[in-house]
Design a protein around this ligand. Structure first.
Ligand code: UFG
Length: 344
């Protein structure tokens, strides 16, 4: 019997895909989520895919009493994967305190309770946003950390520092910091996927909604960047590939395979794809046209960033190898499922 894993934010986009992979790998999971940006029905999707309904506690991780109670009610938690966080870059500029409070208090509460309850390790959801606009691509884990351009990005940098300080102070647990590039797509079953609130801010949910006619057209933010086709370049990583890395990271800490008490990994494909390139890949994969127009640049956007994932490939034995067309097909199937269910 494998030990129990606590997944905070486990009904969210990346969290739900990770819960599926953890359960497939034999880990009993308990989710804590305040449902602020997700839906309890996600548990049904997880159950339909994996045949197991994870334990679920509706509570807020900023409430340390609730976190302590969860550990008493669900004994034997040995690992935590922390997805619970606010994640919209633009919103964080408007509501910085919400972001600092949610993201940092959640993390600090978890670290505090981990110390009390003999939890062995925590996986933290970090972001390529810590590299800002890189001087050189692809970025490695040693690339310089640039000053954050949003409160959201700052919470990721500060969180990495908090974990480092706590571990350096002698805390008995380990941590793996996973720096995600741009997670996209959905589970191939179309049972779970991204559920954006209102008008999507991110490219792929906007793109699939435009393809479905929910939005008039996708705005391509800038075609005058210093890139081959003029649009911005990102490293789009399939959400199921990303989820699998979390299982490997948890296992690594619990099996005492970590080489350092804190380890950092870039999670990307290593391929940079432009906005226009992604539209192309979607159209090719699905045969569905994406109405789009060129629009002005979006303030704060990075021109180009993609990962050097060699460390994750070599050390974790993990590789993001789902072809982008397959990821786009899954994103489209999920969009169609939302339509079928009358959600979108
Ligand atoms: N884009 C468009 N039109 C849209 C939406 C996005 O052209 O309607 C473009 C953006 O300009 C950018 C690319 O698509 O070039 C990707 O944009 P996203 O908003 O999907 O993603 P970002 O790269 O801006 O942000 C993502 C995550 C953040 C994370 C950041 C790190 O959403 O959480 O990567 O760089 F912090």
């Amino acid at each position: 019997m494998k030990p129990r894993i606590l997944v905070t934010g486990g009904t969210g986009y990346i969290g739900s895909h990770t819960v599926v992979e953890l359960q497939k790998a034999g880990y009993p999971v308990v989710i804590i989520d305040n449902l602020s940006n997700s839906n309890v029905k996600v548990l049904d999707g997880i159950e339909r895919i994996s045949g197991i309904r994870p334990d679920f506690v509706e509570a807020d991780c900023t409430d340390i009493a609730a976190v302590r109670k969860l550990f008493n009610d669900y004994p034997g938690i040995k690992g935590i994967i922390n997805f619970a966080a606010s994640k919209a870059v633009g919103e964080s500029m408007q509501k910085p305190l919400l972001y600092y409070r949610n993201n940092l208090n959640t993390l600090m509460n978890l670290l505090e309770v981990m110390g009390e309850k003999e939890v062995e390790g925590i996986v933290f959801s970090s972001s390529c946003t810590v590299y800002g606009e890189p001087d050189v691509n692809p970025v490695t884990e040693e690339s310089p950390i640039k000053k954050a351009t949003s409160p959201y990005g700052n919470t990721k940098q500060i969180s990495e520092e908090i974990i480092t300080d706590v571990i350096n102070s002698g805390a008995p647990f380990k941590s793996i910091l996973l720096r995600y590039f741009n997670p996209v797509g959905a589970h191939p079953s179309a049972e779970i996927g991204e559920l954006p609130n209102g008008v999507p801010q991110n490219l792929v949910p906007y793109l699939t909604q435009a393809a479905m006619g929910i939005r008039k057209e996708l705005s391509v933010f800038g075609d005058d960047y210093n890139t081959p086709d003029g649009s911005c370049i990102r490293d789009y990583i399939d959400v199921v590939d990303l989820a699998k890395a979390h299982v490997i990271a948890i296992e690594r800490m619990l099996d005492n395979k970590s080489e350092e008490q804190i380890e950092v990994f870039n999670l990307g494909t290593g391929n940079g794809v432009s906005v226009l390139g992604l539209i192309n890949a979607f159209e090719k994969a699905t045969g569905v046209k994406v109405p789009h127009k060129i629009a002005p640049r979006r303030a704060g956007d990075i021109e180009k960033v993609w990962a050097n994932p060699a460390r994750a490939n070599n050390v974790l034995g993990w590789v993001a190898d789902t072809p982008i067309e397959e990821t786009m097909r899954n994103a489209w199937a999920w969009q169609m499922k939302l339509r079928e269910r009358g959600i979108m």
